[in-house]
Design a protein around this ligand. Sequence first.
Ligand code: FCB
Length: 444
Amino acid sequence: MTKFTFTRADFPADFLFGSATSSYQIEGHAFGGAGPTHWDSFAATPGNVVRAENGDTACDHYHRFEEDLDLAAAAGLDCYRFSTSWARVLPEGTGTPNAEGLDFYDRLTDAMLERGLKPCATLYHWELPQPLADLGGWRNRDIGNWFAEFTEVIMGRIGDRMYSVAPINEPWCVGWLSHFLGHHAPGLRDVRATARAMHHVLLAHGRAIEVMRGLGMSNLGAVFNFEWAHPVDNTPEALAAAETYDAIYNRFFLGGVFKGAYPEPALKGLEPHLPKGWQDDFKTITQPVDWCGLNYYTRKVIGPEAGPWPHYAELDGPLPKTQMGWEIYPDGLYQFLTRTAAEYTGDLPLIVTENGMANADVIRDGTVPDPERIAYVDAHLERVRQAISEGVPVEGYFLWSLLDNYEWALGYEKRFGMVHVDFDTLVRTPKASYHALKDALTAR
Ligand code: FCB
């Protein structure tokens, strides 16, 4: 595919298009006086990250942000979703701010506004300051207060110019992926640590919302990632396994924020490990938000597994896959949009805050053909339109990502950008998907 089947005119007039990035994945953490993070130590430990790569240089966005924002603006995007690095702002995690770090986000914000891009911030996209990780990180209940302090400092500086803010990117990744599966920093495989991290991440979310309300800010949301749980067959065992997967992955965080309750199949394994008095924290966790963000990439085929809780196995699925090995399943986005509105958020605006695919893109004669990405995005946006036509209040779509970047444990190998980055020269080359999106968004 070389062109999208839609133009802006096929969406409601005020529908917002954006691209999403995150600080550690693009900025270059070695620059500007940022403090060490748990991702730096995780990456420095053999076996955790492909080739032990880290975010020291990444895309050098720290020095090249103007060029990058030029690209975003020229694509006809309305919004730019970025994140603020806690360790860049507060190298010790709390205490004395790094003036250079605050100045950077100040300049970045103004550079967005100068280009007509709405700044959409995420406060935390995974690079926890190492001194806080040393104190137990997300396992330590004090993280609610540490995060409130960070929120106050960074939003005290740039909050007056934000279009929207979400405290934490993808609580499931912060909790389960990093503390149960051990795939992300801090790389733990421990059910007790997991239960605490999953709960504290929501507590910190609520504290940050309180702080930002106190600063007089509005348009505050929450960003969750979702994977559709597809039972491998119709046996009661497979259905129960998929239900547990769904509860842990998708319903735990939505339930906490929008219902003040965690789903039973998740509590079955996690409740004994939750901190004492956890129910009392729902007062904070359920602070009203103004929108709900959904990050969606794929589904998982789930079957039952003997052994200890959670009693499920992730199985290989039959659908075409991306460079990540993730099945391409656009229906899942439609299903999550409709289900989230029906069961959790009602009339609250929904935003697709991330969607996209990794592809083994290469430069050929100065161009980067990525027909697969165009087809992927097109199919997902088709399902967004379907949901909108059925009355689901979807108000925006952000492509992950603007640039090829540091894909966490997979290093620089997986290319998610609509702009190709050569990680030796740091030269940016817009891919075919970039040009196609620009045509679709700027068509008259
Ligand atoms: C999401 C993350 C983002 C990126 C994409 C591929 O889970 O938010 O940082 O890694 O996946």
